[in-house]
Write a protein that binds this ligand. Sequence first.
Ligand SMILES: [Fe+2]
Length: 288
Amino acid sequence: MNSPVRVSEPLAHLDDWEESLRARYPAASSEKKREEFRDYRKEARPSVKEFYRLNHRFQTLDFVLAKKREYLPLQKRKMGIWEAMEYLNTLVDDSDPDTDLSQIEHLLQAAEAIRADGHPRWFILTGLIHDLGKILCLYGEPQWAVVGDTFPVGCGYSDKVVFSEFFADNPDNMEPKYQTECGTYSEGCGLDHVHLSWGHDEYLYHVVKDYLPEPGLYMIRYHSFYPAHTEGAYGQLMNDHDRAMFRWVRAFNPYDLYSKAAARPDVETLRPFYEELIAEYFPPVLAW
Ligand SMILES: [Fe+2]
């Protein structure tokens, strides 16, 4: 498992980022309680550390605006949801096919855990699709522009962002107007007016925003925003509606992080249920 650390793609497996989240935020029921977890940064793998170094160095406001201009017209592909799941499944990285789950199996695991707890159908569907934005990797985006905890750009960095010391090398760090508490934003402006670091959350939100109930859209758009939903940072940019909706984002988080250790789902057996659920909310083809 000692893959060499590559310059632009340090993670051997895209899911290594989520594995690092589970190490940083162990489940309440886990033996390794959070308070026992002394210093995540010291224990993080070199590949994960290198991943965050690149992420914090290159996610500038200009970068985010450029990616939004590139992707948000949604002119890359036309696909249905299941087709997008199969497309994401073509993501080839260094995972072991005998022990590691495929991307479709990961998505089904999260959805099945939500379903098993008796949540509404839109919630199950949100679990199924929440990581489809990772197809950004298949368009050639580097890992640091697809996954990783998200954070606002264009305002001061919170020390609640993991490895926040790496922001010292971000060019925005030299711009005083970006480094006040609210930066280019106004206090309480609401997250819809805030640019977060670019990645799979924001991209998928724009693909599905006309089709899902708002709590599901918040789960998709902010599920990687750990500095806010888990660390409580950036409250100065949120409004009351964001705060109400973040209850849903927090309700979703355990399914994102901890459902992935369960047994391998049987894709073909589950497929009819999920095809029907997808058709309930989405048109046969969406713009990506
Ligand atoms: Fe995700």
